[in-house]
Design a protein. Sequence first.
Length: 275
Amino acid sequence: MTLTRRGITAVAASAAAAVALAGTFQVVIQDHSGSAFAATTATTRSDPITERPLDNDCSGGHVTFTFDDGPRENTERVLDALDGFRIDAVFFWNGQRIKGREHTVTRALAEGHVIGNHSWDHANMMTGELPDGTKQTWSPAWVRSELERTNEALIAAGAPRPTLYRPPYGAINKQVDEVAQELDLRLVMPWGYHEEDNIVDTQDYEGATTQEIIDATVQRMRADSIITMHDGQGQATLNSVDALQPIVDAMNERSLCATTEMREDTTGGVLEMYG
């Protein structure tokens, strides 16, 4: 069984009557938007498909690009493109994928990106269900283990202790978030319920074409937007990479720049609506 945002939205709605959810959270992380971009020789990477990078006065504000589910085989391609476009991004990575890709962690950090926690094995942290359909026994201790193991893997690979987390599928409730807060992790949702939540879910993981990703992002993107893409998938990731040039063109037209700094309200209204 493969869970998607649509499925999780239904689960969250049905659980609302049983669990009271509330809270207001603030996310503050290091801003690398002004950092120098690390140079890497052509012998260690492919040339990014970049014709027109970000180049404006930022008077229109900033947006935050986020990428989920890595690091995997297409993460380096994403890093190539981001470097060429002069975009610093926030990656939410699974702990079990770090081993053997420590060099990817090192590169991402050197190029100004921030790495957050996306659980150990992409489990649904509300139910314990894994991507293959098997199920772990849910408990607060299990949630803590999912997050702590990922923190430990990232730290061992040379990353700072994560301060941000994104629950796989956007599956979140008060119990899960309380455990995360105990670990000093702040919630960043991949989608919001309302337009004013200003989270642009490209739905690349749902099979959106490159043009659909472009249209959805360019239409909704504005100052303080959080844009959700995926570096840990196959064609979905490549579609998002191919969409970046038109998105960057729109950013230059609107004088928007990229930042890794998260605005204060990043919960997408998901917790607040159950208050």
